[in-house]
Write a protein that binds this ligand. Structure first.
Ligand code: PGA
Length: 262
């Protein structure tokens, strides 16, 4: 039984793992940290994953905007990934998620929003463009990611080399199946366009969040099995400054006596 709101589970030089009691507390913690970052550096370059995990964090950042007098007008917003062939207007696309939950309510200036165009004829060109933008912005201050049940982050599926920048990925069966949850009807999901792990490793801060028992097995694998491209999310242990926020359900397979081995 967790008696603290946030139990520091494991602290290493480069990685901190915190366990929060539930999804709400986890999201509140993440939103608080991100707001702190923006108050410290108003033109912070933030990269966000879409999906169910960061949804409440983004909503809380919107809710707290007024009360905490946060100025979001100068942030630079980068979308982690997008489903290839899905238009930004399609409900369920990463772009529509970002606009609905965060960008539209906060009226983030268009020129500060950097999302993949997954309908582009030249997807490789889209990748180069995103890499160039990130370079011109001076790199990512905070990268906020979730974890898929197969260990992917963004569309970096198992066995993807860790030194890639933006790229187009063939989606694994499990990603295609799980991804249906975002869409209203059955949707053809074959490829994704995504930032690579070189971006993740180069980001000044990394925040990985996981919630729910469905993620507990892969969280345990990512944090305790040997770091390997077979388990993409194990890359977080190679990052110089990573914070892993878990709710008690996602942390339920971890033993406090046997935290990360590396
Ligand atoms: P979720 O997706 O946040 O909707 O669980 C995570 C992922 O598959 O990357």
């Amino acid at each position: 039984m967790l008696s603290l709101k946030a139990l520091i589970f494991s602290k290493k030089d480069n990685m901190t793992v915190e366990v929060l009691k539930d999804y709400h507390s986890l999201s509140e913690r993440a939103a608080g940290l991100l707001i702190e970052q923006i108050k410290k550096k108003k033109d912070s370059v933030l990269c966000f994953a879409s999906g169910d995990t960061p949804r409440l964090t983004l909503q809380m950042m919107v809710e707290k905007a007024k009360a905490e007098a946060v100025n979001y007008s100068e942030i630079q917003f980068i979308g982690l990934d997008e489903w290839v062939g899905i238009s930004p207007e399609t409900s369920g696309s990463c772009s529509s998620f970002f606009y609905e939950t965060f960008l539209s309510p906060l009226q983030v200036p268009k020129e500060n929003i950097h999302l993949f165009d997954a309908m582009a004829a030249d997807l490789q060109g889209e990748c180069f463009k995103m890499d160039r933008i990130i370079g011109e912005l001076g790199g990512i201050d905070v990268m906020v990611v979730g974890i898929g049940v197969n260990g992917h982050i963004g569309f970096n599926e198992p066995n993807t080399p860790w030194n890639l920048q933006s790229h187009v990925a063939q989606l694994h069966e499990i990603t295609r199946t799980v991804g249906q949850k975002y869409f209203e009807g059955s949707t053809d999901l074959t490829e994704g366009i995504t930032l690579g792990f070189q971006h993740l490793l180069d980001a000044r801060n990394l925040l990985l969040m996981a919630s729910g028992t469905g993620k507990s097995g892969i969280v345990k694998a990512a944090l305790t099995e040997p770091c390997s491209e077979k388990i993409p999310a194990s890359v977080v242990r190679r990052h110089v400054q990573s914070l892993i926020l878990l709710d008690a359900h996602a942390a339920s397979s971890l033993s406090p006596q046997a935290p990360a081995v590396e």
